[in-house]
Design a protein around this ligand. Structure first.
Ligand code: ADP
Length: 399
């Protein structure tokens, strides 16, 4: 059964066609600069070369239409007719408190996602545009919504309620939601397979360290706490995001610098994190290179980043009364051995011992802890698209 997976951003769109249940990736692609000059689609048939075509795409409907053309292209496509696509799985960022699992998309679901626009103004609108464009172009094909927030709906109230007046929660939905759920769930399932232990018998800490970064405590397969909150700004230090700060800083810098409305938000989201500390880059490769040349602020940025990850790991060990495995995933977690080393350094008393030789690996599923480490340390490349395809398959397979 061929499943099309769509991850629709405001000006870009990623897609894959995956054959299920054998989990075989058939083709994938990226549309960039939707609605701008020089919009381009890059399509790759697995095992073949990339095809890059510049086509004017003035909106998401045009973008999806070009994706479907690529998918059924006689030379580079994977189907002869779009009817061969059994279902479409859509990544959606925010589903509020309504959905704790992936669901078949109908009018009610779209309405709920529209209601959540206030909570995710940058992400939900393009996600909805992608759904609507697919509905128009493939009206008989079932669609499934897979939500970043859904996995974290199992958090207990003490983990998601902020200590601010309760009416903020009741009236405006101000609570911790958590994000990256699809990735945390995927690596937890893989960890259970790698360790050959049922998820029900595992306490896991999953560290999704990419440009955006979050840590999740997973007990018996359920998220019980996660570092991102009301928005993806809370928690870890990230590429350009501050993560946790004293909230009093917001008004203090606004007054000190006499900043216009919205400017503090921009600083905390786009000019902070390791970029803000180092003044060099949000990309950890650039920071590692700068450290090699003796740049102290780049070194400080990496140390602050690792310090915060360790802080959450310690907190989640306390919350779960122990941990069986710590998992590293996403761009930094999968590739930056220096960060994994900094995070796991000197945790022997907690039973966490990284093997420095096994740690010399990038982007490949592996166990990187020492034989005598009570807690296993795993490197697991994330695959959110596959998780979306799996959920979609489970929902539509009996149709
Ligand atoms: P996102 O999906 O949030 O954009 P990714 O998970 O793709 O992010 O991670 C991207 C980040 O991973 C890059 O910004 C860079 O900091 C880091 N990264 C990628 N490759 C490497 C590498 N080889 N070494 C160190 N860091 C890397």
């Amino acid at each position: 059964m061929k499943i099309l997976v769509i991850n629709c951003g405001s000006s870009s769109l990623k897609y894959q066609v995956i054959d299920m249940p054998n989990e075989k990736l058939l083709c994938k692609g990226l549309v960039e600069r939707i609605g701008m000059k020089g919009s381009v689609i890059t399509h790759t048939l697995v095992g073949d070369e990339k095809v890059r075509t510049e086509i004017p795409m003035k909106n998401h409907m045009d973008a999806i239409s070009n994706v479907l053309d690529a998918v059924k292209d006689p030379e580079y496509g994977v189907v002869k007719d779009l009817n061969e696509i059994a279902a479409v799985g859509h990544r959606v960022v925010h589903a509020g408190e309504k959905y704790s699992k992936s669901v078949l998309i109908d009018e009610d679901v779209v309405k709920t996602l529209e209601d959540c626009i206030e909570l995710a103004p940058l992400h939900n609108p393009p996600n909805i545009l992608g759904i609507n464009a697919c509905k128009d172009l493939m009206s008989n094909t079932p669609m499934v919504g897979v939500f970043d927030t859904a996995f974290h709906q199992t958090m207990p109230p003490e983990a998601y309620i902020y200590a601010i007046p309760y009416e903020m929660y009741e009236k405006y939905g101000v609570r911790r939601y958590g994000f990256h759920g699809t990735s945390h769930r995927y690596v937890a399932e893989r960890a259970s397979k790698m360790l050959n232990v049922d998820l029900d018998d595992l306490k896991l800490i999953t560290c999704h360290l990419g440009n955006g970064a979050s840590v999740t405590a997973i007990k018996r397969g359920k998220s019980i706490d996660t570092s991102m909150g009301f928005t993806p700004l809370e928690g870890l230090v990230m590429g350009t995001r501050s993560g946790d700060i004293d909230p009093a800083i917001v008004t203090y810098i606004r007054e000190k610098k006499n900043l216009p409305e919205g400017e503090t938000n921009k600083i905390l989201n786009n000019e902070s994190g390791v970029l803000g500390i180092s003044g060099i880059s949000s990309d950890f490769r650039d920071l590692e290179a700068a450290v090699a040349e003796g740049n102290e602020r780049a070194q400080l940025a990496l140390k602050v980043f690792a310090h915060r990850v360790r802080f959450y790991i310690g907190a989640y060990i306390a919350e779960m009364n122990g941990v069986d495995a710590i998992i590293f995933t996403a761009g930094v977690g999968e590739n930056d051995l220096g960060i994994r080393d900094l995070v796991c350094n000197d945790l022997g008393n907690l039973g966490i011992k990284l093997d420095v030789f096994k740690n010399k690996i990038k982007g490949k599923e592996s166990i990187i802890s020492r034989e005598d480490s009570r807690v296993k340390i795993l490197l697991i490349p994330t695959n959110e698209e596959l998780m979306i395809a799996k959920d979609t398959y489970e929902i539509v397979k009996s149709f």
